[in-house]
Design a protein around this ligand. Structure first.
Ligand code: HEC
Length: 188
């Protein structure tokens, strides 16, 4: 019985918090999907780096990033992807809305905005269909530099080029926007 009351209280609290938030429901939903993506990928990357080093971890990213995106696309109802102005994966090149948004993120970062909070939500027409579009910036941290920085070790570069002959995703500095989560969904 006590448990039930606690759950009720927590639920009421959550609803109140949401009611006070003026952001569209779909934006809040997309935010959660971005959290899920990051929450699935980051621990796996960390584990792979620790257990097998960066060359091994390149292979892990290669395998699990598209898998996680596919899984979330199936489970959330959003088309889930990651994009960049300098992509590594061939599936990560940006369309025109994504390019504009990534450029806006870069400008915001250059203006000193908090890169961990940059996101964009909009309803845009895609082939005549109103579509929810959401992007969340992914900033470059220290751990990312081994594979995306200005001094990637030769053995890591070799592994990257073996899997991604057209790789453009190096030369980044800490704090720069590496890319973004990008989701879309047809509006009803
Ligand atoms: C061990 C090497 C390695 C490390 C460390 C690493 N990445 Fe990557 N990253 C990759 C590989 C490989 C891909 C391509 C995999 C894919 O997305 O299909 C990739 C792809 C990406 C993409 C998708 C866009 C693109 O260019 O393909 C983003 C965004 C990204 N990484 C951000 C980060 C961030 C942020 C960090 C640090 C938290 C990080 N990466 C650390 C290897 C790495």
């Amino acid at each position: 019985m006590k448990k039930l009351i606690l759950i009720t209280a927590l639920t009421a609290f959550t609803f109140n918090a949401m009611a006070q938030d003026t952001l569209p429901e779909k934006q809040l939903e997309a935010r959660q999907v971005a959290k899920q993506f990051l929450g699935s990928l980051k621990p796996e990357l960390g584990k792979a780096m620790k257990s097998g080093g960066p060359v091994h971890a390149v292979g892990t990213c290669y395998e699990i990033s598209p898998e996680i995106a596919d899984k979330l696309t199936k489970s959330t109802g959003w088309n889930v992807n990651r994009v960049s102005l300098k992509p590594r994966a061939t599936t990560a090149s940006a369309d025109s809305w994504e390019t504009q948004t990534l450029q806006w993120f870069d400008a915001q970062a250059a203006a000193g905005k908090d890169v961990t909070k940059l996101e964009k939500f909009e309803i845009v027409k895609v082939d005549g269909q109103d579509t929810y579009r959401y992007m969340k910036a992914i900033p470059t941290g220290d751990v990312c530099l081994t594979c995306h920085g200005t001094a990637v070790p030769a053995n890591v570069t070799a592994k990257i080029l073996e899997l991604y002959p057209d790789d453009k995703a190096t030369g980044y500095h800490k704090g720069e926007i590496r890319g973004a989560f990008s989701f879309k969904q047809a509006a009803q």
